[in-house]
Design a protein around this ligand. Structure first.
Ligand code: ZN
Length: 151
């Protein structure tokens, strides 16, 4: 069976909110892709409601591309405690933590969610900007760490 990096992580030891490198892939020809774990909530203690995770997905997709070069994808985790960020090249956790913090601050100032029509979204009825802001506020109050174990 293939080994999945995030299945090896001890989810009882991490302290959310944090950013963490979940993988660095090199193709041997000079291209590098990184996967980041952007964790908003403490695993197995809380989970984002689907409307919040969905709205945050739309906002992060836009704002993270403005903050960081080389963003390929931002996707919600199935456990609804955070997001995965995939990007070209290597980025320092401190820079990703700063970008994530700035993006969450932008969430607080958002007045309209992008792409919330049946044309642009697969479930446009399931959004909550109010809820997205509440979870962003909570994470900002705790502070986004670049060390998941807060050593
Ligand atoms: Zn959508």
């Amino acid at each position: 069976m293939a080994k999945v990096e995030s299945f090896q992580l001890d989810h009882t030891k991490v302290k959310a909110p944090y950013v963490r490198i979940a993988g660095t892939e090199r193709d041997g020809k000079g291209s590098t892709i990184q996967k980041y774990d952007l964790r908003l909530l403490q695993p197995n203690q809380d989970a984002l409601p689907t409307a919040a995770v969905h709205t945050l997905e739309h906002l992060l997709a836009t704002y993270l591309r403005d903050e960081l070069p080389g963003v390929i994808d931002v996707s919600p985790m199935g456990c609804r405690t955070g997001f995965y960020l995939i990007l070209w090249d290597e980025h320092r956790p401190a820079d990703v933590a700063t970008a994530f913090t700035r993006v969450l601050q932008q969430v607080l100032e958002t007045e309209e969610v992008p792409a919330v029509s049946a044309l642009e979204c697969g479930n446009y009825r399931d959004h909550s900007l109010f809820s997205a802001k509440e979870y962003a506020r909570q994470a900002l109050a705790a502070g986004i760490s670049d060390d998941p174990f807060r050593r």
